[in-house]
Every structure is written in C-alpha cells, then in structure tokens.
Write a protein that binds this ligand. Structure first.
Ligand code: NAI
Ligand code: PHE
Length: 364
C-alpha cells in the first residue's frame, strides 16, 4: 500500500521542477524504468549521459535524472557551448540478467530516436562506450562516446579528468600561490575519471591519497611511489590540501562537512552537495569549493565538440582545460569580490548565458 505515497512524492517532485519536460517509460520485458529529463533546450539539443543502476523506487530515479539534467545545462552554459541540458536514468531491477541488457539498451535507443533530436546521450555511471554502440544501433545519430572501432571518440573520463586537474591547479594558485607539486590531494574513486586524475597528479608531483570501494580499481596504484591507499571509511577524516570526490554525488552534507580536514574540495562527481545550504556550510568552514558543474564539464564538452562540432581530437583536452581554468578563475574572483559562495557565482555565470545577464536565481 505504498503506491499513493510514491505517486504523491513523484507528483510533487515533477510539479516543483523548473525544467522543460520529463519522459518516463516502463520497459515491460525487464521491469526497468527509463526517465529522460530535458532541463533546457535554450542553447541546443538537451545532452547528457545515461545513468544505469538500481534505485530504491521510481521517485528516487526521477529525482536523480532531474538534478543531473540541470547540472548538464549549467556545464554547457559555463562552456558557452551550443548544447542544452538533459539526462537519462535507466532504473534496472537489481537482478537484471546480463543477456537482457543489449535488448533493453536497443529499446532505449529507439526511444531516443523517437524524440527526434530533442535529447542526445553519452555514458555515465553504469554505462560504457560499448553500451553506446548498442544504443546507437537504434538511436543514432543522437549517441556520443561510441567506441573508436564503431567510429566514436570513446570514453569521456580522460577529458573530464583533464578539466578537473586544471581546476585543481587553479585552486592551488588561488590558495597557495603555487602549483600542485607537493600538495596532498585525496582522490575518492579511482574509476574512469579518478584513475586518470591520479596519473595527472602524479606526473605533476603531487602527493596523492586514493580510496575506492572496489579493490580492482586500486590494483594498478598499489606500491606506486607518491600514492597512498586509504580505506573508504577514512576519507572524510584524513588531512589533505584538496579533496577530489570522483565517485558518487551527495558526499558533502550537514553530517560530512564538519568532519572534512581539507582546504578545498575540487572533484568530478556530479551533484556533490547533498543540499543547497551545503555551499554556505563549506564557506563557513573556509573550505574552498570548486563547483562540480564547472570542474567536470570537460568530458561532455570535449567529446561533443569532437563528434558534433568537428573539433580536432588532439586539441579537445587542451580546449576544455582552458575553459575550466578561465571559468573557475572568474568564479573565484566574483565570489571573493561579492562575498557570495562559489556555487552562487558559478550559477550566475551559467545563468547569464542561459537566460541573459539580467536573470539570476542565485542570491546565496
Ligand atoms: P566510474 O564508475 O568509472 O568510477 C567511479 C569509482 O568510484 C569506481 O571505481 C567505484 O568503485 C568508486 N566508488 C564508488 N563508491 C565509492 C566510495 N564510497 N568510496 C570510494 N570509491 C567509491 O565513474 P567515472 O566515470 O569515473 O565518474 C566518477 C564521477 O564523476 C561520477 O559521479 C560521474 O557522474 C562524474 N562524472 C563523470 C564524467 C565522465 O566523463 N566519466 C563526466 C562528469 C562527471
Ligand atoms: N557523464 C557525462 C557528464 O556527466 C555525460 C556525457 C559524456 C554527455 C559525454 C555527453 C558526452 O558530464
């Protein structure tokens, strides 16, 4: 008898959202739910990754899609890039059999195709370039990051990591007037983005602390000079200069912020703040927060730039590194000059491009 409550909370969630459209589809053969959130098409087709994982219920899945779609709109706006923001969530049953997956992804591709270019996708947590190949069988041309063998630009993780690395360099210059060399950077999550970020930090002679819940992700860093492995429960309490969350969202909250022992948070994870007030909580503790929608725009912008706008692949990472550095410097200067949070300053920059200079919802 939980159904009326679920319906109510889903209804209020959708009513209070200020995006453009949400498409929800039940996939009868697998029992999966597909939610595609179109936050904004003002700057171009709504573009964003496909997150595929189990959720406790449909409302939780839709909530994730809505938040993530908004972040995508902010990323593209910050980069002044002709794409709008969207995101898809495929909420799969925990017992989905591997052999059911390809057909589910092809049905999802047909759904995207039917939207006629309103929404374009790429990978996110739980999907890979190989999955993009399957989705593209029915969803092309609205699918980015296919494997190079299938004609795509492949994984977006390395370009995202390049942007995050550049953001950490800006943070180091801002706080210590120096580079990352010798700084202690704690990377949470050594996956596609975090793994490459660790390599970049090591090449720049940072001292790197790494944590991951999956032993396989840590294997290649075990015994590496300059890299210390940490158990997941030690992440929040370990002293470091920069904390770089590169795993799941919601890591910065009323409960976790008081425990942090860093001077800055600068990482890739989408939607790191559990609640809006957490930006002010970080500011009160004098912890510099580099907004996630600025730091992690590199993958989506670089790959979309290469595949849709014809950017030379060899230049894409350099371009997004410059975009992240310029935007973050501007945001830090605005936040300092006006005494507002970095999130408010970042929103203002994005909204000036999304809606024009006069509009801003960011009064924090
Ligand atoms: P991934 O799935 O390749 O790696 C995530 C890693 O985090 C995995 O190794 C996982 O075991 C680990 N992890 C999960 N929970 C953890 C915990 N509690 N403590 C420590 N490690 C934990 O994902 P990917 O692609 O590297 O993305 C990382 C984050 O960055 C995600 O939040 C994603 O949404 C975001 N992001 C990724 C982009 C991309 O281009 N891949 C672009 C923009 C944002
Ligand atoms: N996962 C990417 C992000 O959150 C989404 C993406 C990657 C979209 C590549 C398009 C192309 O930014």
């Amino acid at each position: 008898m939980q159904e009326p409550h679920v319906r109510d909370s889903l209804g209020s969630l959708l009513r209070s959202w200020d995006g453009e459209e949400v498409i929800i589809r039940h996939d009868a053969p697998t029992g999966a739910w597909i939610a595609i959130a179109i936050y904004s098409t003002r700057l171009g087709p709504a573009t964003g990754g496909t997150r595929m994982r189990p959720y406790p219920d449909l409302t939780a899945a839709v909530r994730d899609a809505l938040h993530l779609a908004e972040s995508m709109a902010y990323k593209f706006a910050i980069a002044d890039f002709p794409r709008g923001g969207g995101k898809a969530v495929i909420a799969v049953p925990p017992d989905l059999r591997p052999e059911e997956r390809p057909a589910l992804l092809r049905r999802y591709g047909s759904l995207i195709k039917g939207l006629g270019g309103l929404y374009e996708t790429g990978p996110d947590i739980g999907t890979s370039p190989e999955d993009m190949d399957l989705i593209a069988e029915t969803g092309a041309p609205h699918v980015f990051c296919r494997t190079p063998a299938a004609g795509g630009a492949g994984d977006s993780g390395p370009a995202t990591a390049r942007g995050v690395f550049e953001g950490i360099r800006v943070v180091c210059r801002h706080l210590w007037d120096g580079d990352v060399s010798g700084r202690r950077v704690l990377v949470q999550g050594a996956g596609s983005v975090g793994g490459r970020l660790i390599e970049l930090l090591r090449a720049a002679r940072a001292e790197v602390l790494v944590s991951d819940v999956d032993e396989r992700a840590l294997r290649r860093f075990r015994g590496e000079p300059g890299v210390t492995l940490l158990p997941p429960h030690a992440v929040l309490d370990t002293p470091c200069d920069v904390f770089a969350p590169c795993a799941l969202g919601g890591v910065l909250s009323e409960e976790t912020i008081p425990r942090l022992r860093c001077r800055a948070v600068a990482g890739a994870a989408n939607n790191q703040l559990a609640a809006e007030d957490d930006a002010a909580r970080l500011q009160e503790r004098a912890i510099l927060y580099a907004p996630d929608f600025v730091l992690n725009l590199g993958g989506a912008v670089a790959i979309t730039g290469v595949e849709a706008l014809g950017w030379p692949a060899a230049e894409a990472e350099e371009r997004v590194a410059g975009i992240v550095a310029d935007a973050l410097q501007h945001i830090l200067a605005t936040a300092a000059a006006e005494g507002i949070t970095t999130v408010a300053a970042g929103r203002r920059l994005a909204e000036s491009r999304l809606y024009g200079e006069l509009h801003s919802s960011s009064q924090l």
